[in-house]
Design a protein around this ligand. Structure first.
Ligand SMILES: *Cc1c(COP(=O)(O)O)cnc(C)c1O
Length: 413
């Protein structure tokens, strides 16, 4: 299986990695919360970590283990843990690895709820410096003696800034910093987090991985590149196993087990089905997004387009080197004479909704929705203009999407 292509490997992963019963090609959604041990010594051994096994559905089930195996295999990591949502993966991971008195460097351009969660971390005494991660120099300048990690998103939303991923990875390796990437925008079908030296990836499975707008989920994958023996936040209890597993062990116990945001067995099953077509969907999405970005860029009613695939995007060349395709998120500013709300109301195929990574093309007025809580100054700082529309491009036939824009623009000419 090692030499096969991404999709071949993925569609056979469940069958080969997890060997479901009776020759089934899908791991069943196994709903039992409890597990019987006919010999009581068995449950003792599992509790003490001497044997593998499931004891209680919050910590593990065969359904979760199956999805974790697939996610881990896809990134060639040392271990994956699934959570009920992307936010649960982020919060459980960060709170199980960092503590009061630590300092972390975090991207200035963050998914809104993650940004809001950083305030919770600060309130707990974790010191955070926010920087513009499009230049490694800003990360270097922000580091202090107690800096333990760097957290950022590969492509930021809505303005599509691309982080200086390789250079930051190199710096983190030199300094021994934990390098955590939110790869929700750039799933493994289009980006190898390992290739930029990331320590771990966190992602919302709700978006491209599951892909069909019918299930929530999140995951963290340890890529096996970080030396956990140098990370003094690992508790003595979790330093017993192979050091490459210290991080996942602590997140599994302190994050998943204690905080309890477990992914349901049904959700594990749904996500693994969606995942089978990940590469096909991202290829199509990326092609559609590039076509639409070029179309919008040449349109008189559009003032500005933000998309890493366009030659004038500030990080176009970094994106070209690191990703296959440029992602499915693009934003654009309408000219001042067109009201974004009125424009969105004319679109018939494109859905007005706040989600991304779906098979369907979605659009949203940015300033009055996801940036509603931000002040005009904060919006300006993030590069969010009042007449900006964010799109998550889907897998529809390209010409139908262009036709929808054509008919919508025609109302304003
Ligand atoms: C959606 C999203 C999340 C949160 O994921 P949920 O599954 O909605 O909790 C985190 N990071 C990014 C970049 C996202 O787009």
């Amino acid at each position: 299986m090692k030499d096969t292509g991404f999709t071949t490997r993925l569609v056979h992963a469940d069958r080969i990695l997890n060997a479901p019963e009776n020759g089934a090609v899908h791991q069943a959604a196994s709903k039992s919360v409890l597990f019987e041990y006919k010999d009581a010594q068995g449950i003792v051994d599992v509790f003490q970590g001497k044997k593998a096994g499931h004891v209680y559905g919050r910590s593990s089930t065969s359904s979760a283990a199956a999805l974790q195996n697939i996610l881990n295999d896809m990134e060639q990591g040392v271990g994956a843990i699934t959570f009920s949502t992307g936010m649960a993966a982020i919060s459980s991971t960060m709170l199980s690895l960092f503590k009061a008195g630590d300092h972390i460097v975090v991207s200035h351009f963050l998914f809104g709820n993650t940004r809001s969660f950083t305030e919770t971390m600060q309130a707990l005494g974790i010191d955070i410096t926010f920087v513009d991660v499009t230049d490694v120099q800003n990360v270097i300048k922000a580091c202090q003696p107690n800096t333990k990690g760097v957290y950022l998103e590969t492509i930021a939303n809505p303005v599509t800034q691309v982080a200086d991923l390789s250079a930051i990875g190199q710096y983190c390796a030199e300094r021994g910093l934990l390098y955590i990437l939110d790869t929700t925008m750039t799933p493994p079908s289009m980006f190898s987090a390992k290739s930029v030296g990331a320590s771990m990836t966190i992602s919302s499975l709700t978006k491209y991985i599951a892909g069909h707008g019918n299930v929530l989920g999140g995951a963290v994958v340890d890529l096996g590149t970080f030396d956990w023996s140098s990370f003094d936040n690992i508790l003595a209890l979790y330093r017993e196993c192979d050091p490459s597993l210290w991080g996942v062990t602590q997140i599994r116990k302190r994050g998943l087990r204690d905080m309890g945001a477990t992914l349901s067995p049904e959700a594990c099953h749904d996500i693994s089905i969606g995942l089978e077509t990940l590469a096909l969907r991202t290829q199509r999405t990326n092609q559609n997004a590039l076509t639409i970005a070029s179309y919008l860029e040449s349109h008189d009613s559009v003032a500005q387009v933000y998309y890493p695939g366009l030659g004038d995007h500030p990080q176009h060349f970094i994106a070209r080197e690191l990703f296959s395709g440029y992602g499915g998120i693009l934003s654009f500013d309408l000219v001042d004479s067109i009201d974004p709300i009125a424009f969105l109301n004319q679109l018939q195929l494109v859905i007005c909704a706040t989600h991304l990574g779906d098979t369907r093309t979605l659009a949203l007025p940015v300033a009055p929705t996801i940036y509603f809580e931000a002040s005009p100054e904060q919006r300006a700082e993030m590069g969010v203009n009042d007449n900006m529309i964010r799109m998550s491009v889907g897998i529809e036939d390209t010409e139908d999407l262009i036709a929808d824009f054509e008919q919508a623009f025609a109302h304003f000419c």
